[in-house]
Ligand binder design. Structure first.
Ligand SMILES: N[C@@H](CCC(=O)N[C@@H](CS)C(=O)NCC(=O)O)C(=O)O
Length: 325
């Protein structure tokens, strides 16, 4: 991580925990919003108007938080409007790096070797993790946001004048319900798997494990009763948030994070849901199982020898690496 703009080499993902050994996630630091006309959004300062080719996303294809922003970019037709660089999947002693792994990019924009250099370019005294996603403003040469939940929402709502889209991932009438669902989905599943995987006590692991599987049961029931999406026929950001975790579950979390009561393939409605989302135009390009496996299994604290498993043979929905970004 960075401390006052200097990289500390002894990064390891166990840093933050509470008294009971529970994993605690760091808050994001850059919270500005792109808006249609550059007026300030719900947080941060103004001056970030939606424009063609002004913004750039730094992402890791291993990362569910980054992938949800990539999915929104694809589904909202913004691939020609916002450029992207994909980092290497393995987190190194210098954090995220560019170039070398199949499907990764060099940083053609800022010429950085490491993502932490993007952070110090935006703020020479930055302290904190150098996480992805990062939404970069090419005009002001700074970070707009490093919070994927905000980026997902601004990509949905701020570019309608540039790329009109029928799809509204956060319809006003469903706002409160989406927020409520996102909250238990995040706690029980999106972050629940991390709480299980990075738990530092048996009790903390078991608590998270139980919550992961009760959340999956709750979701399966919901989709059985009122699918095909979480809000019936309306595709929303909650579906994107669910999909990114489902796509990583059987291939990484089940083994590495020990969330191994059942696989997603054992839940018929969740599997059908994943297949449906995967088939939406542009989504397959955001899913790269080689990056996901290489990335998660490179976390030394959880897998000291960093051996990447050969299986599973399939995650149950159609994937093809040649389709991936
Ligand atoms: N709150 C952030 C979390 C992002 C995050 O935790 N990204 C991970 C990868 S999945 C990361 O970059 N970790 C590197 C680190 O912690 O040093 C978001 O949702 O945007």
């Amino acid at each position: 991580m960075l401390v006052d703009g200097r990289w500390q080499g002894d990064w390891h993902p166990y840093q933050a925990k509470d008294k009971k050994g529970r994993f605690v996630r760091q808050e994001s630091a850059f919270r500005n919003w792109i808006t249609p006309d550059g007026t300030p959004g719900p947080a941060g300062e103004g001056g970030f108007a939606a424009e063609i080719d002004r913004y750039h996303l730094y992402v890791a294809l291993i990362c569910p938080w980054a992938s949800r922003t990539l999915m929104a970019r694809a589904l909202k037709g913004l691939e020609g409007v916002i450029s992207v660089s994909v980092v290497n999947p393995r987190l190194t002693a210098q954090g995220w790096t560019f170039g070398g792994f199949d499907g990764s990019d060099l940083d053609a924009l800022n010429g950085a070797e490491y993502v932490h250099q993007i952070y110090t370019r935006a703020d020479p005294h930055y302290s904190g993790r150098a996480t992805v996603p990062v939404l970069w403003d090419k005009k002001r040469q700074t970070i707009v946001s490093n919070e994927s939940a905000d980026i997902l929402r601004m990509l949905n709502q701020s570019f309608f004048k540039i790329v009109p889209s029928e799809l509204d991932l956060y319809p006003e009438a469903l706002g409160n319900e989406i927020d409520e669902l996102n909250s238990w989905l995040y706690h029980g599943l999106n972050n629940g798997v991390y709480r299980a995987g990075f738990a530092q006590s048996q009790a903390a692991y078991e608590e998270a494990f139980d919550e992961v599987f009760s959340t999956l049961e709750r979701l399966e029931t919901r989709l059985t009763e009122n699918g095909p999406y979480l809000f019936g026929d309306q595709l929303t950001e909650s579906d994107i948030r669910l999909f990114v975790t489902l796509a990583r579950f059987d291939v990484a979390y089940f083994g590495l994070f020990k969330t191994n009561l059942k696989r997603i393939q054992d839940y018929p409605y969740l599997l059908r849901f994943a297949q449906r989302i995967y088939s939406l135009e542009g989504v397959a390009r955001t899913v790269n199982l080689d990056h996901i496996k290489a990335g998660y299994y490179s976390v030394k604290k959880l897998n000291p020898l960093q051996i990447v498993p050969s299986g599973p043979e399939s995650v149950g929905f159609t994937t093809s690496n040649s389709d991936a970004a």
